[in-house]
Write a protein that binds this ligand. Structure first.
Ligand code: SF4
Length: 149
């Protein structure tokens, strides 16, 4: 019983550490990118939540999808996702990344199979564009989800 209790505690500790050190890689294909950059700046300061930008997907455990992901771009985004270390998480930021947004009309040839059908998304952040406060709330929800896992 004691071993089970300590394993449970180690699990909780690891989840807590993971939730508070999310390093993110981002796709910045459209206007929502500005809002994430704004969130990372000194005014909103995502780093105080342990959230650091990374230029190499293999160093990241959080993928921030921003903007419209077209059919042509989807394969590259999938390759980035598979390059990331496990456990990995995905946050869709803005209406376009959440569901195609302005571009989601059926006749749009550039969006046959939305990225949401190919990558498991952990948190959807709504808005066009979402304000930095909304992005931070999405991040806090993701941290909560990881901690309670
Ligand atoms: S959700 Fe709005 S602000 Fe964000 S990328 Fe789409 S059109 Fe631009």
């Amino acid at each position: 019983l004691n071993n089970k209790v300590s394993l449970f505690k180690i699990d909780r500790l690891l989840n807590w550490a993971q939730a508070n050190s999310l390093w993110y890689f981002q796709t910045g294909t459209a206007c929502c990118a500005d809002e994430v950059i704004n969130s990372a700046g000194s005014r909103y300061d995502l780093e105080r939540f342990g959230c650091l930008p990374q230029n190499d997907p293999s160093q990241a455990d959080l993928l921030l999808l921003r903007g419209f992901i077209s059919e042509k771009l989807a394969d590259d985004v999938l390759a980035i996702y598979h390059e990331m270390r496990e456990p990995r998480f995905v946050m869709a930021v803005g209406a376009c990344a959440c569901g195609g947004g302005l571009f989601s009309k059926k006749e749009n040839y550039a969006l046959k199979d939305p990225i949401q059908n190919r990558i498991p998304i952990d948190v959807f952040v709504p808005g066009c564009p979402p304000r930095p406060e909304t992005i931070m709330e999405g991040l806090l929800k993701l941290q909560e989800k990881i901690r309670d896992h």
